[in-house]
Design a protein around this ligand. Sequence first.
Ligand code: GLA
Length: 691
Amino acid sequence: MSHWRLDTHHQTLVFGLADGMPAALYWGPPLPADEDLAALEAAGQSMLTGGMLDALPPLTLCPEARRSFPGQPGLSLSRRGVPLHPKFGGCTAEAGAGTLSLTVTDGDAGLALTFSFEADADTGLITAATRLQASEPVEIHWLAAPVLPGPQQADEIVDIAGRWIGEFQLVRTPWAPGIRLREATTGRSGHEHPPFALFPDTGAGRTSGTVRAMAFGWSGGHRMIAEELPEGRRQIQWGHAAGSVGAQSDWTVGPLQLAVSAEAGMGGTAAAFQRHLYDRVVHWPCTPGARPVHYNCWEAVYFDHDLPVLSDIAERAAALGAERFVLDDGWFGRRDDDTSSLGDWQVDAWKYPDGLKPLIENVKSLGMSFGLWVEPEMVNRDSDLYRAHPDWALGAEDQIEGRGQRLLDMANPAVRDHLFATLDALLTANDIDYLKWDHNRVLPAPDAAQTTGIYDLLDRLRAAHPQVEIESCASGGGRIDTGILSRTHRVWLSDSNDALERLRMQHDAALFLPAAITGAHVGPRECHNSGRILPMSFRAWVAAQRHMGLEMDPREITPDEAETLKRVISWYKSTRAWRMAGEIRTLDSADPAVTAEMQIARDGDRFVLFAGQSRASDQTLPRPLRLTALQPDARYRLSLTNPEDLPRQAHGPSALLDGPLTLSGAALMQSGIRLPWSWPATMWVVEGERL
Ligand code: GLA
């Protein structure tokens, strides 16, 4: 019997053969290098009892319906409308350093299935994909990336839901007989079901216990199935959204990324994902840690672009510390509101009679670089592009529009060539080093060709303009997945600049996303989509947790607010190099009113603790906050960075206020620290240094 294994320092995957088909026998924390894999396989076998088939249908990397598999099969195909029930076998393997690919075929049906895996020794992640090759095209109704067993010593599935201005909400569902199915059917990875999930063992939390985590790198909508089979086994499948793929002769599902934390809970899988995204998935055109402070003009001026006003705003933004000025929607066509001009990517000569150059030159003279908003996949019917090429729009004439716009058919090479030429000309003629790339409506119907089309366009543009960074935005966080991140450099996590909402969203998004790619802006004093008024200090510290920016009219800022903002921006600049490359460990807070995380440098020599008081606590005094991921026998010196945020009602002893405070890692992790008493909407920032 053949066995194979793949290892990183975080996880082991073991494969065997079941009736000719490869199956994952084990996916979990590392096993010893000399583990007896045949014994492991034997130990995993169960006896049978009454009411069953004479053998247990195997849970393979692609469970087949024709083997009487008692759950969701891994593929469902037809050819010219006739269902196919292939019989795969004849497994061949190719193993390299950290790579494994297993191929099975069905000669009669003219099909081959290849399961490929790559283990990253540095980041600890394993990447997996399933490729189907067919001698004649087959209709793909469902094809799963390599199917893995779900943990049985586990009570819950944790996946992610969300909505506009409420992204990244954790959803906990009990494992139960039958299927937990998430499906993003809108043609984007979507606010509703971003393709990430966690599978904690019973009792695991953010800082302890065994957790498995998965992300599916596809921006066109996915289906995730977590199923408990009738006899108790569990399986996890990921693939493209139903009905989106059509007939293909060569189709790959993946990458599916896998992380395991043996003891450190969701913090362990988060750290591996953050590292992998930062080191491997995102292709940085620059020094990745030096994330420049952004200024984005959207919530300052919306569509009302006026050169003297924008120049004044740019000067004020630069004086506050901004390093990149991003001109948002409203600069092109006759775009005075959101009813027209998408598709007409020429500078509006009324607003910018001399083109963008005067503004760009001013921005550059202030020491900032220049970024521009675009939404290339879209068209308004009121546009020159639509009038010239109505046939380039996707979907039926009577479709429901979104924000008054339609999609362009990205499967059409003429559309892609046109968009490439237009954007290439814009980037060639102007000194632009950043694009905010938006996608503000869902598809009329899910269609994988839209996604392969946009990937192709992005790849061509990146090859032609390798110095340009791209931000993935889709009404905020509607297109966040590891597929788009292999072609972009930042995500606009949410259109909500409300720091309280952001505190929560950033906390949960950090279970996968590193700080460096997560855009976070200081919004207007009165938040434009919640009406809340929050202190500048809190707004600034929440933005400083991630890739920081400003997105308000700086003319509204008082001198006191400006001082606070400048102080936090200069702290951001002095710490970004190690924080952006480091890891975020969200904490299990004993007080639900406190949302806390640590950001730890790669070498472990320093960290910063952010603890946000989102509302008044139920009890009178702060509960101790236990830190994580420190070296138990090392000593750390802790200093409070922002004592000026102490409210006037707080008095009495505080080791942190009197600080610095020096304690062992063990004491900090077991006993914890007492934060100063605070009002709601206060962020405590505590910096730690290993002695
Ligand atoms: C979307 C984005 C916003 C802004 C507007 C411009 O809603 O999420 O940040 O860029 O488009 O129209």
